[in-house]
Each structure stands twice: as C-alpha cells, then as structure tokens.
Design a binder for this molecule. Structure first.
Ligand code: GDP
Length: 382
C-alpha cells in the first residue's frame, strides 16, 4: 500500500454506549469499504475486529483494535474504543491517538449515561466529532427526540444534515440535506423545510454562511460543506447523521461525512511544537496497545512525527529496540509495509519491552510524549 498524503488520512474512533451499535457500525464500514467480504454478526462470534476470544465470548468490545480501510481515496483507520463502563481507562488511551470520532447513539434511547461519560472524555482530549443516530428501524425510534437529548445533554448546536425516509420498520434510508438527490415525492416539502432549518442554524454559527444567507437568502451546498467542516473542527457545531447499521442504511453517507468533516492528522495541532506531523522530522511514536499473539508481541503505535522504517533502531526510555516489521492491520489480515510516516497508525513487531504509553523515538533525539509508564497491560490473543 502506498503512503497517502497526510490530508487523505483519517484516524477515527467510534464512541458509544454499549449496545448502541458500535460493533455493527464498524462491521458495516469494513464491509462497505471492501476490506472484508463477509459480514460478521455480533451474535455468531465471527466479528472480525474483535480478535480476542474472551471478547467474542462476552459479546462486548473490551480491547481496542486499529483497523485500516479505504474510502474515496482516503485511508481510514478505525481505532476501536470500548464502550463498557468498566474500561474507561482503555477508552482514554485510544482517545489519545485518534484525530476525530463518530459518536453512535440509539434512536430509541437517545443519550444514555455511558454516552455522556465517553463524550466528556472526548471533550477532555479535544476530539472533533460527528454523531450517528443508529437503529432508526426500531419500534419507537425517533430522530428528533434523539437530537433533542443530544442538545439537552451533550451539545448545544446539533446540525441535522439528513432526513430519514420512512419510520421504524418502514425506514429505508436517508435524504442528504446538503446535496439532496433522488428525494421521494412525498418528502420534497419536508426536505426543503429541514434544509432551511439547517441553513439557518449554520448561518447562526458561521460568519461566511451568514453573509451568504443575508445576501442571497440561502446557503449554497459548497458553503454549507465548508462551514460544517470548520464547525466540526472547532467543536462549535455537531453534524448529526442517521441510519440503521444493522440494515446497512446510512453507512455510505457516514463514510462520506467522515471524509468531508473529520480532521486529518494535518488538521490537528502537533503533539509537541518540536515534533510536527512531518515525515522528515525526528521520529516520535506513542505506543497505545500491546498484544501478545501466537507469532509474537505486536506493538500498536501512532507515529506523530518522522518516519519509522523496517529495520530501524529506535529508543524507548534509553533502551534501544529494533523494528523487525511494520504492519498495517486490516479487518481480516495484516499487510507488511516498509515504513510508517507521521499520521500513521500501525503495529510493529520487534520491540520486546515497549509498554502502553511508551514513546519510541530516534536514538539521537529523545522525547517523551507521556509521563513514564508503570503498568503493562499486555493483551493475549490465541
Ligand atoms: P455495541 O455494544 O455498541 O458494539 O453494539 P452492537 O453493534 O453489538 O449492537 C447491539 C445490538 O443492537 C445487536 O444485537 C445488534 O444486532 C443490534 N443493532 C445494531 N445496529 C442496529 C440497527 O441499526 N437496528 C437494529 N434494530 N438493531 C441494531
């Protein structure tokens, strides 16, 4: 796989209350992007992101895994964040290494207590987010009520960019309000009304959109898109999408929104002023997960600056380690690559002692991205 330029990389997490549908959304994304061709269901234990047998047995996502796929010329790496309330330390560890997130909500339950916990953690790390209201096919699903609970409990400015087609069991898909296409006849008036609501809400938050709104009485799709991206990056507005992951509804628009609105590694501040997201800068990489597999120890890391090559000697708190292999993890396989550059999330084989939270850096340019680590949560995979 060639190294894409930074602007075409999205490192994102899927945040949710347990049961909101995070695993199903992840599965459908991997299926839709063609990384995997069979769709593992949560209930039959074949879910491809959940490598760990204990995790499969319990049916919840305990351990974070990073999985890469491609959409519209962009490389998306999904950092799986656990939703179970007992594992918030694990959530925080993964929040450190991602640039943006999709927050998944249940369209019946709306904002649940754990959604709030994870939301506050993401606030603490300044993670730009979009929202996906899932399970619109369920009896009692109500997008407007879910959005009202988001407004009341999480974010004052939800910006709903889609209109659902059909209700509950009759839910069949979404109309995109930014660039409406194939709008069913009976929804034309409602789509127009909701587009107006969206334009007014965006104009209230974004000066360029406001100028256009005042001058022309409308906001163009181009301006809306640009404004929605800027509002997402600054956190001033929250783009809300909807669908039913289980029925594969709303997944493509969600992928389009990830590309359109969530930040690339180039859009977020550098991890340190002297470690810019530049392949030519000195190496700084943060270990966020260590997995013990049948074939040896795999160290997941995010490269913040510089380039990490197969065969490199790197320093970890004064110890020198050799990078034997650099691997990109996909849903159903790992592919070996020659190097990883700033912005990449990869797994490496070779380091024997690197712990979660450790910094790997160029031996001649030592740096510590996090305070020294004491615990060593190595995960075993059969
Ligand atoms: P997680 O705990 O957030 O990872 O949630 P899961 O993806 O495991 O989903 C929890 C349950 O909700 C499973 O039984 C899924 O099959 C079901 N589910 C997920 N998405 C949808 C959906 O869009 N509609 C309906 N009706 N059920 C869904």
């Amino acid at each position: 796989m060639r190294t894409p330029i930074l602007a075409t990389v999205r490192n994102l997490g899927i945040l949710a209350h347990v049961d909101a549908g995070k695993t199903t959304v992840t599965e459908r994304i991997l299926h839709r992007t063609g990384t995997t061709h069979k769709t593992g269901e949560v209930h039959d234990g074949t879910t491809v992101t959940d490598f760990d047998p204990q995790e499969r047995d319990r049916g919840i996502t305990i351990f974070a895994a990073a999985v890469s796929c491609t959409w519209d010329g962009h490389r998306l790496t999904l950092i799986d964040t656990p939703g179970h309330v007992d594992f918030t330390a694990e959530v925080e560890r993964s929040l450190r290494v991602l640039d943006g997130a999709v927050a998944v909500f249940d369209a019946v339950a709306g904002v649940e207590p754990q959604s709030e916990t994870v939301w506050r953690q993401a606030d603490r790390y300044g993670v730009p987010r979009i929202a996906f209201v899932n399970k619109l096919d369920r009896a009692g699903a109500d997008l407007d009520a879910a959005v009202a609970s988001i407004r009341a409990r999480l974010h004052p400015a939800p910006l709903v960019v889609q209109l659902p087609i059909g209700r509950e069991d009759g839910f069949t898909g979404v109309v995109d309000l930014v660039r409406p296409r194939d709008v069913p006849d009976d929804l034309v008036a409602e789509a127009r009304r909701r587009r107006r609501v969206l334009e007014e809400a965006v104009a209230e938050l974004h000066p360029v959109a406001l100028d256009e709104f005042c001058a022309t009485g409308t906001v163009s799709a181009e301006t809306l898109e640009k404004a929605l991206r800027e509002l997402t990056l600054s956190g001033a507005g929250l783009v809300v999408l909807c669908g039913a992951a289980y029925r594969d509804r709303g997944i493509e628009p969600l992928l389009d929104a990830v590309v359109a609105y969530l930040p690339s590694p180039a859009d977020v501040p550098p991890v340190r002023p002297d470690r810019p997201a530049d392949p030519a800068a000195p190496l700084a990489a943060l270990v966020f997960k260590v997995v013990s597999t049948a074939t040896g120890r795999l160290t997941y890391l995010r490269v913040y600056s510089g380039t990490l090559r197969k065969g490199d000697q790197v320093a970890d708190a004064g110890r020198v380690e050799r990078i034997a292999r650099v691997l990109r993890v996909q849903a159903d396989r790992q592919s070996e690559v020659d190097s990883a550059v700033a912005g990449d999330i990869v797994a490496v084989a070779g380091p024997k002692a690197a712990r979660v939270g450790a910094t790997l850096c160029a031996p001649g340019a030592p740096v510590l991205l996090e305070p020294p680590v004491t615990a060593d949560p190595v995960v075993s995979v059969a």
